[in-house]
Design a protein around this ligand. Sequence first.
Ligand code: GAF
Length: 384
Amino acid sequence: MSLKEKVHAVFQSSFGCEPDFYVRAPGRVNLIGEHTDYNDGFVLPCAIDYETVVALQRRDDDKVVVVAADYANQKDEFSLSQPIEAHADQLWSNYIRGVVKYLLEKGFSLKGLNMVVSGNVPQGAGLSSSASLEVAIGQAFNDAYQLGLTPAAIALNGQEAENKFVGCNCGIMDQMISASGEKDHALLLDCRSLETRLVKMPEDLAILIVHSNVKRGLVDSEYNTRREQCETAARHFGVKALRDVTLEQLQEAAEQGKLEPVVYQRARHVITENERTLAAADALETGDLEKMGVLMAESHISMRDDFAITVPAIDTLVEILQQHIGNDGGARMTGGGFGGCVVALLRPAQVDAVIAAVEAEYPAKTGLKPTCYVCKASDGAGTF
Ligand code: GAF
């Protein structure tokens, strides 16, 4: 049963009528450019063919009624004319409440909606299931009430909900790619100006995502610590963000003993990762998979040694993938870190053999079972 059929069936049984229409918003995989978004830097993600789908119907009053088809049809109801508070037990509701709260704060006049939500973005895997939910809800209100929001405005509103309402201090990458991805393309995003450049994926290329199934612990606290270390480095140079610091300036400051070694390392990751990301956009566009593989390998080493966000099982998984992919593509950890997924770019003809190798070697070396997803670069959010 497709997600659309699922939300349709639950909509009929919950509300006793047909939805007006459906919206969808995808998860994402980041090809390169990790922890650069909140440093005003560059990222190169693509939207994937795993998504959140919403069936919806306009209401004449100010009530929002949401049914979570993936959580045993749990229901949430809240009013647009009362202050919107966090839901104490149903954490999924807070992504919805947060998005609506910040749309209202921006002065949009909304009416209520009946909604049924379902998704197949793996949760807790670092593939942005929460951003896809935030963007889907923003898209739902935008399209139901003709708010005229751009994809960037829907993304920024979702990020605001995540930062202020859910309490995760994330950057803008995940919501932006979910809102503005394009089929068969990656998106080079300048996280300062929010300018985007579509980068066509070579035809003879497959995207393989492997979930390490490492339980992600301490993600939020470690994420926030990394942010603070980057901000400390930027403050040292008197600039808004690490985007404005060159590698030469950083090295000079470190040689003069003006930066704590750990702050130097974190900043070195960000500055070199920005350079790699710009180079990767060109490599991908020209179909230079060998160069792409080198950049992905360097990115992984930088995340492991300078940014310290990988874990041993993830390093092992990346090594297995790199060994079997060879020079025609590459692999690296993707997302916030401390577990989650690895992304590999490779020739379609190699996919079956590489998956077989991962399924044999990764459990033997780590005791963990991998989950493999072969993905397609997909369109960003919209009505369908
Ligand atoms: C998480 C965050 F939500 C993103 O904003 C980004 O910082 C990413 O980690 C690391 O690149 O997905």
